[in-house]
Design a protein around this ligand. Structure first.
Ligand SMILES: [Zn+2]
Ligand SMILES: [Zn+2]
Length: 350
């Protein structure tokens, strides 16, 4: 299937329109026409080859919402016309214990990334959602429940999942005390989801001006991390600190905020972590973990929860012609809180 996307051709060039072929449908595959795709920070990192694994041309995008346009012979989960969402993974081995349990993100062989990876059978590069069509194994597409705005659903799949998974693993519910550090794409979803689960939510920030935004998103409290008196007073106050700061930083002050059996969950990849003194962990049996997306059941659970509770990301919808400008604004943290590309604005091929 011929399609068109926006691709980076090298780490230093702008994204440009790029025509390419999607694979023929395999029996368990579906084809979707992409309607919207969120712009994740990973997209920017991969286009610039910050992680050293990019191959070009590279079509990024793993916060995808689209409509099913064809189903393989053995694909029965979705039907033509259904609205579905696709996140950072499109395939896995389907045979290891993790895959059989639906925990495909832990596939023992490797889980195929939506883009900047290679197809399991042909070895061809996988290309993401800044494009008009996608072909994938149907079990990696999730039903978009009625009532969820398709234009604002994509970011639930990455920014939402990455914060939902630690909230659920920590058993967050009514009365839980949750702190969220970092007020970007992930952090803003962390606030909304924790509040919707019934937690008391506090935002940690170095910038006093963020307080109004934090409260508008549903936070009940705000803690200025540069205020030593306030930090000392908040010692041992939280059950979970969800750390969404996207760069290497000292987590020591956040560990001090954890109560007995408290968990510091670091969202996403930030390399080596500084500031962990085992003495600070021992007494209160605190722990530090890093989190990513959850399994297949958890994806559907989150979409259903968001539809039921009216939790959606704050999005700025842009046409494909503004992708480069959006990347530049993401680099300056000038986004509240997620750009979403309207793929209906893609020029026809040729
Ligand atoms: Zn992402
Ligand atoms: Zn597997």
């Amino acid at each position: 299937m011929r399609t068109i996307g926006y691709a980076a051709l090298s780490p230093t060039t702008h994204l440009v329109p790029f025509a390419f072929d999607r694979r023929e449908l395999r029996p368990a595959d579906i084809a979707i026409e992409i309607l919207y795709c969120g712009m994740c920070h990973s997209d920017l990192h991969q286009c610039r080859d910050d992680w050293g694994v990019a191959t070009y041309p590279l079509v990024p995008g793993h916060e995808i919402v689209g409509r099913v346009i064809a189903c393989g012979d053995e694909a029965h989960r979705h039907s033509v016309g259904d609205l579905v969402a696709v996140g950072p993974l499109v395939d896995s081995c389907q045979a290891c214990p993790a895959c059989l349990a639906g925990e495909v993100q832990k596939c023992e062989r490797w889980a195929t990334q939506t883009y900047a990876d290679r197809d399991r059978l042909t070895g061809e590069p996988t290309q993401g959602g800044y494009s008009r069509h996608l072909v994938l194994r149907e079990s990696f597409a999730y039903r978009v429940p009625a009532g969820l705005d398709p234009a604002r659903t994509g970011p639930i799949l990455c920014a939402g999942m990455t914060t939902w998974s630690p909230l659920r693993h920590a058993g967050v519910g009514p009365g839980s005390k949750v702190a969220v550090a970092g007020l970007g794409g992930l952090g803003h979803m962390g606030i909304k989801l924790a509040a919707a689960l019934g937690a008391e939510v506090c935002v940690l920030s170095r910038t006093a001006q963020k307080e109004a935004d934090a409260r508008a998103l549903g936070a009940h409290d705000f803690l200025l991390t540069t205020d030593p008196t306030a930090m000392k007073a908040a010692s041992a106050r939280f059950d979970l600190v969800l750390d969404t700061i996207p760069v290497r930083h000292d987590v020591g002050p956040m560990v001090q905020l954890l109560g007995d059996d408290g968990v510091l969950a670091i969202a996403g990849y930030i390399g080596v972590v500084d500031g962990i003194d085992t003495r600070a962990l021992m007494g209160r049996r605190r722990s530090v973990t890093a989190c990513t997306i959850g399994g297949q059941a958890m994806h559907q659970e989150l979409l259903d929860f968001c539809a039921e509770r009216g939790v959606v990301p704050e999005c700025e919808i842009i046409p494909v012609s503004r992708i480069d400008e959006a990347f530049e604004r993401m680099e300056r943290s000038d986004v509240r809180y997620r750009f979403v590309i309207d793929l209906g604005t893609m020029p026809a091929e040729g």
